[in-house]
Design a protein around this ligand. Structure first.
Ligand code: ASP
Ligand code: MG
Length: 419
């Protein structure tokens, strides 16, 4: 005998029947967005509102304000060479505080919530303290909590190593936690809530007319993050691209849409040749002679120095590396036995745009504009979607402002709509 239901049997417990009808969303909030109890309560309200719209909500929180910096300072006051394992035990605490407090705030709003450390959330890493890489996400506990209808709060930038120690993933790596979870949970999107409204055509502190972009491709975002855009951590963009996780960078303090980061589509190529101009003064440029190229870069890699631009001019090798790797870089160069010098008076300006691939003349316009400013770049390096050059640090802002005008980035006519 056939039985007939008078309603569609939508599972009351999402996930209990395998594929779910509701979407999962990962929402990451940065340090400024959770800086004090009021802001944490606002975040809690936003999480509840998103959950109430029918989403399974996983939040990844950063430490409150400058907590991580303070914890590093505290360690330094105790020891000049703290054991990396203990440093990770210490600095991982900041994000746990945010998550526990947010869970309490959500409880007070009458909803279920649970805070989890990286380890409890199933984020398994290698054993490199301070710079660990995620090797697996075992999200069973997150799924169980979501199935119960709870909002899940995961402490950012940390995991547990394959040898069961607490590890951290590197500065700014709460973004990475969020993307890894979005990939593991097959989330609809990974939302990065921050203190700016999205990704801009230039640093708004330097270019007053800088405009918020609606959409950029993973490749563009990678170039931007690698060359000074601070809004997203570089590794997180890489991971998002590798797993096709759609990112939405937006303000924690406003409702408006921010910038979508996704796969390149035709409109991106057609509409805007240039997406943005980034700059950084946080790199040093090194010139080395008398060391075999292979030996030099192997030694730098062994010291975990993150080499950026490399240029070889005759017997001389020129490369740039982040200022934060300076101690390791200099020590490595001393050991290699060649002659070397360091120049920390240069800054780098990068022009990034997927449309560059199909529009000739960008380099010509760039260097003509610099010539008008009587600026001669010290080094130039390019990729298919980027032109970067080094000029004296005090000239960086002038170059950025001028190029923003040269390429008309303040006008919205070249704007793209997001998918
Ligand atoms: N709190 C960590 C840091 O300051 C991680 C993060 O915020 O992404 O680097
Ligand atoms: Mg950040």
């Amino acid at each position: 005998m056939a039985t007939r239901a008078d309603y569609e049997p939508v599972p009351a417990v999402a996930g209990a029947f395998g594929r779910t009808h509701v979407g999962t969303v990962v929402m990451k909030f940065g340090g400024t967005s959770v800086a004090d109890p009021e802001r944490l309560k606002a975040v809690a309200r936003r999480l509840v509102a998103t959950s109430e719209k029918g989403n399974r909500v996983v939040a990844v929180l950063s430490a409150m304000g400058d907590t991580t910096d303070h914890l590093h300072d505290l360690a330094r006051q105790i020891s000049l060479r703290p054991a990396p394992r203990e440093l990770d035990m210490l600095v991982s605490v900041g994000e746990r505080i945010s998550c526990a407090l947010a869970a309490m705030a959500i409880h007070d709003l009458g909803r279920e919530a649970i805070s989890l450390t990286g380890s409890q959330a199933g984020i398994v890493t290698d054993t490199v303290h301070g710079k660990a890489k995620i090797v697996d996400v075992r999200a069973r506990r997150i799924h169980e909590a979501l199935d119960r209808g709870a909002i899940v709060l995961v402490a950012g930038f940390q995991g547990v190593s394959t040898t069961f120690d607490v590890t951290t993933l590197g500065r700014g790596a709460s973004d990475l936690t969020a993307v890894a979870l979005a990939a593991a949970l097959d989330a609809d999107a990974c939302e990065i809530y921050t203190d700016v409204e999205g990704v801009y055509t230039g640093d708004p502190r330097v270019v007053v007319q800088a405009r918020k972009l609606h959409a950029v491709s993973y490749e563009e975002m990678l170039e931007m993050a690698a060359s000074g855009a601070k809004v997203l951590q570089l590794r997180s963009v890489e991971l998002a691209r590798n797993h096709g996780v759609k990112l939405h960078v937006r303000s924690a303090f406003a409702e408006a849409d921010g910038t979508w980061v996704s796969e390149e589509d035709e409109r991106m190529l057609e509409k805007a040749m240039i997406s943005g101009i980034t700059h950084t003064v946080e790199e040093a440029v090194y010139r080395v002679e008398g060391v075999a190229t292979a030996d030099l870069f192997q030694a730098l890699a062994d010291a975990s120095v993150n080499v950026d631009t490399i240029i070889q001019i005759g017997p001389e090798i020129v490369f740039s590396a982040p200022a934060e790797d300076r101690t390791e870089t200099c020590a490595t160069l001393d050991r290699t036995g060649g002659t070397w010098s360091e120049n920390s008076d240069l800054g780098k300006v990068s022009i990034v745009g997927a449309g560059m691939k199909s529009h000739p003349g960008i380099a010509a316009r760039t260097f003509a504009a610099l010539a008008d400013l009587e600026l001669e770049p010290a080094f130039i390096s390019t990729s298919p979607i980027k032109i970067a050059f080094y000029v004296p640090r005090e000239e960086v802002e002038r170059a950025v402002k001028t190029l923003h005008e040269t390429f008309d980035l303040a006008t919205a006519t070249a704007e793209r709509e997001h998918a």
